[in-house]
Design a protein around this ligand. Structure first.
Ligand SMILES: NC(=O)c1ccc[n+]([C@@H]2O[C@H](COP(=O)([O-])OP(=O)(O)OC[C@H]3O[C@@H](n4cnc5c(N)ncnc54)[C@H](OP(=O)(O)O)[C@@H]3O)[C@@H](O)[C@H]2O)c1
Length: 393
């Protein structure tokens, strides 16, 4: 039997390492032909994964880390490369299944290369859909492959959205845990540290998405992601806070039925779904114990403390490159917060100021326009954070 050819972009990240775990438990290099693995800077983990999975190509994005990778894999007979272009080229190598799990807009070029190459694109890198929207979907169409969302909420929607009942779809509901500041006062949030923001109550994730979960910017991106993936109007997409993170998403239909997707908060479930698609395969995720769970709570998000959701709706309404500007500005503001130059709530203020100043609208755009707007929004937001920097202990 021929082994399925898989590529993992961002294999050293939280999603990437979970994907390696799913693949390992399904037979690893004996069951899959690993075409390419890409990492950013984590030489030790990338080398360990490469030794185990024997990829055709192993790429480290950070060129300064290349000598260390060469040293770590000396004598293994593995092909190595470094740099942004090598990551992008890895995305386009012939494969049957590719995981896009680089964090942020940095994943855009490699994910586009993967999309254009066809096959199954398992997309965790939501920023591609948010920033590049229709241009990214055009790349997927050009490749003729299948786009399978890995974000747990969108994997859930993908599984319960009855595409042949489009007229009867009333609303999509994505859940949010509410993050570590769900019950904090605005005053307390003003002074929140990156460590407090990164302490997600339910999910174990990368640093940036954890902080985005605390500000609900992750949910804001997910609302835009859902609007790109499913043929519904933005006003049909709702967010509800659900602190247990057991119900990932729901679809409401015209007859009053609501289909919900439940699962443990473990990324190996949506990764296994995308890896097995169109079949279901086992994942090492713990089974839900309903008796132990005993209750599921839901509440409305507080948009006064979490303006990110309103900003996402406004960006969707403005259309065109507005979501791209939102994402670029958010990434620059997040960087400033992680470096303790601005406060937690300043992130949303920086994004709002950027959207107001650049006023990106509903014009048609291509990938070059996306890169240009991303850069403009980052620059504007970085300047804003410079002008509004504060002294933190
Ligand atoms: N974590 C989750 O549970 C989760 C759930 C749903 C969706 N997502 C989405 O999945 C994506 C990955 O999230 P994550 O939490 O796995 O992030 P993460 O743990 O920070 O991992 C990010 C990956 O991207 C690599 N990377 C960073 N900067 C890069 C660059 N400039 N060029 C190439 N590679 C780069 C990192 O390499 P090094 O670590 O080697 O530096 C790592 O492999 C994000 O878009 C996130 O929103 C994540």
């Amino acid at each position: 039997m021929t082994r399925r050819r898989v590529t993992l972009m961002g294999s050293t990240g939280s999603v990437g390492a979970n994907a390696v775990d799913v693949i390992r438990r399904r037979g690893g290099a004996e069951a899959y032909e690993v075409v390419a693995l890409t990492g950013g800077r984590n030489v030790a983990l990338l080398a360990e994964q490469a030794r185990e999975l024997r990829p055709e190509l192993t790429v480290i994005q950070d060129e300064a880390a290349y000598p260390a990778l060469q040293e770590a894999l000396a004598g293994e007979g593995l092909r190595l490369a470094a740099g942004d272009e090598a990551v992008e080229a890895a995305g386009g190598m012939p494969a049957d299944w590719r995981l896009a799990a680089i964090v942020g807009a940095a994943g855009l070029r490699p994910s586009v290369a993967a999309a254009r190459a066809g096959g199954v694109l398992a997309l965790a890198n939501k920023e591609c859909l948010v920033a590049a929207g229709e241009a990214f979907l055009a790349a997927v169409a050009q490749g003729g492959g299948a786009l399978i969302p890995v974000d747990s909420e969108h994997s859930a929607l993908f599984q319960i959205f009855e595409g042949d009942q489009l007229k009867a779809v009333d609303r999509l509901i994505v859940t949010a845990s509410g993050g570590p500041f769900r019950s904090w006062s605005r005053e307390r949030m003003e002074a929140a540290t990156p460590e407090q923001a990164a302490a997600h109550p339910n999910w174990s994730m990368g640093l940036k998405i954890s902080v985005d979960s605390a500000s609900l910017f992750n949910k804001a991106l997910e609302v835009i992601e859902a609007a790109r993936l499913f043929p519904v109007r933005p006003d049909q997409i709702e967010v509800v806070v659900h602190p247990q993170s057991v119900v990932h998403a729901m679809v409401g239909y015209a007859d009053g039925s609501v289909l919900a997707h439940l699962g443990a908060p473990d990324m190996r479930t949506p990764i296994a779904y995308a890896l097995g698609w169109p079949e279901r395969i086992p994942a090492p995720t713990p089974k839900l114990d309903f008796a132990a769970l005993s209750r599921l709570d839901f509440e409305a998000p507080d948009e006064a403390r979490f303006p990110a959701l309103r900003l996402a709706r406004e960006a969707l309404e403005a259309g065109g490159l507005a979501p791209c500007a939102l994402n670029g500005a958010k990434e620059a503001a997040l960087e400033a917060f992680l470096e303790r130059r601005i406060g937690f709530l300043d992130m949303a203020a920086a994004v709002e100021a950027t959207l107001e100043a650049l006023a990106p609208g509903g014009e048609a755009y291509d990938l070059q326009d996306v890169f240009a707007m991303d850069a403009r929004a980052r620059r504007f937001a970085a300047d804003w954070t410079h002008d509004h920097r504060r002294a933190f202990a």
